[in-house]
Write a protein that binds this ligand. Structure first.
Ligand code: ATP
Length: 363
């Protein structure tokens, strides 16, 4: 059990590339932190710096009270689970799990108890005599987790541990890792590029892009109040839609002006736009698929149905709105024809607003 403190952590690789820029965060004991972002954003580098596998170029890292910048990985009281499991092929499951404890010269009885206990937690008691090549992907992943559990580390670090599994197993293992976190009551730091994993697993999510932390918040806050356009687009599936609009004033009211249509702005947003001097400026509207509705009103916008996607409990329409892609969530019973014109509007209170230049949230 441990809290962590990252203070202005930075990574500059020997070739001069700055992979992580000024990462600061306090992590409480027992949190489940997910680092998420597109490929190359610096999430693995950040995790490897915490593990001690990568030198920290600037800033301070504390695990518990201790400054660990110069502490070797094996003395950091952490355990890391990798994407490729990294099991020893010639050893049985039991020996793979026992290996770290043997190196630490623990007694046979203690090793046996810890391995059996971890095997029980993970439901792999029947596999202890097998070799890794006799295991499925999900079973290998459990063994890799088991090997980390027996060490009873203060912090669990996981780098894309589920990405080699098929979709169904991934969902199952996701739930198991959440349960494991509840059982072990330790701090987890988990790296993924998958926003669904981040949303479902994290107590807090760190969204990264180009080595820069974009937002750190709990999943609900990240989803409901994205700090900028990037976070809005990265979190949530299908993606948030973006439409540029001029803010205009007429008869004391504010309107979005989009393709010669005037759409009245609801009070809360109008006040903010007024206060922040956005009248006559362009802003970017961020609209999640459930913020858009197919409707026929004076202020509706016209688009063409490109594709429909039926998922059983819901259906998505992919619209071509003057060359822009707009995704709309509709009831699965909705009847629609590809290539047909359709009118849509948006639910006023669900509109996100971003500055069209800085891309930061206006709300
Ligand atoms: P992925 O999901 O693809 O693993 P990531 O977010 O984990 O991506 P990192 O592996 O942390 O990204 O890499 C961050 C950036 O640092 C990338 O642009 C990568 O090319 C670069 N990088 C990684 N290792 C080195 C290295 N040894 N030398 C130079 N640049 C590196």
């Amino acid at each position: 059990m441990a809290e962590l403190k990252l203070k202005n952590i930075k990574k500059i690789y020997p070739n001069g590339f700055e992979a992580v820029k000024d990462f600061s965060m306090d992590i409480d004991d027992k949190e489940f932190i997910v680092l998420v972002g597109p490929s190359g954003c610096g999430k693995s580098t950040s995790l490897r710096m915490i593990a001690g596998l990568e030198e920290i170029s600037g800033g301070q890292l504390y695990i518990g009270e201790k400054l660990v910048n110069e502490v070797t990985p094996k003395n950091r009281d952490i355990a890391m689970v990798f994407q490729n499991y990294a099991l020893y092929p010639h050893m049985t499951v039991y020996d793979n799990m026992a290996f770290g404890l043997k190196l630490r010269k623990r007694s046979k009885a203690e090793i046996k108890e810890k391995v059996n206990n971890a095997a029980k937690i993970l439901g792999i008691e029947d596999l202890l005599n097998r070799k890794p090549k006799q295991l499925s992907g999900g079973q290998k992943q459990r063994v890799a987790l088991g090997r980390a559990i027996v060490r009873e580390p203060k912090v669990f670090l996981m780098d894309e541990p589920l990405s080699n599994l098929d979709a169904k197993l991934r969902v199952q293992m996701r739930a198991e890792i959440i349960k494991l976190h509840h059982k072990l009551k330790t701090t987890f730091i988990y790296v993924t590029h998958d926003q669904t994993e981040a949303m479902t697993m994290g107590t807090r999510i760190v969204v990264m892009k180009d080595g820069v932390v974009q937002q750190i918040d709990d999943p609900q806050t990240i989803y409901r109040h994205p700090a900028n356009k990037f976070v809005g687009s990265f979190i949530g599936s299908p993606q948030m839609n973006f439409i540029d609009s001029k803010i205009i004033e007429a008869n004391g009211k504010l309107y979005y002006e989009i393709k010669n249509k005037k759409i009245e702005i609801e009070e809360d947003r109008a006040k903010i736009l007024r206060d922040k001097l956005y009248i006559d400026k362009i802003v970017t509207l961020g609209l999640r698929p459930d913020a858009i509705e197919v409707r026929d009103k004076n202020d509706s916008l016209e688009a063409v149905v490109d594709v429909t996607e039926m998922l059983g409990s819901e259906m998505y329409l992919y619209l071509d709105f003057d060359g822009n892609n707009v995704t709309v969530k509709v009831d699965p019973s909705y009847k629609v024809e590809i290539g047909k014109k359709i009118n849509f509007g948006f639910k006023a209170k669900k509109v996100h607003l971003f500055d069209s230049e800085t891309e930061m949230s206006i709300l």
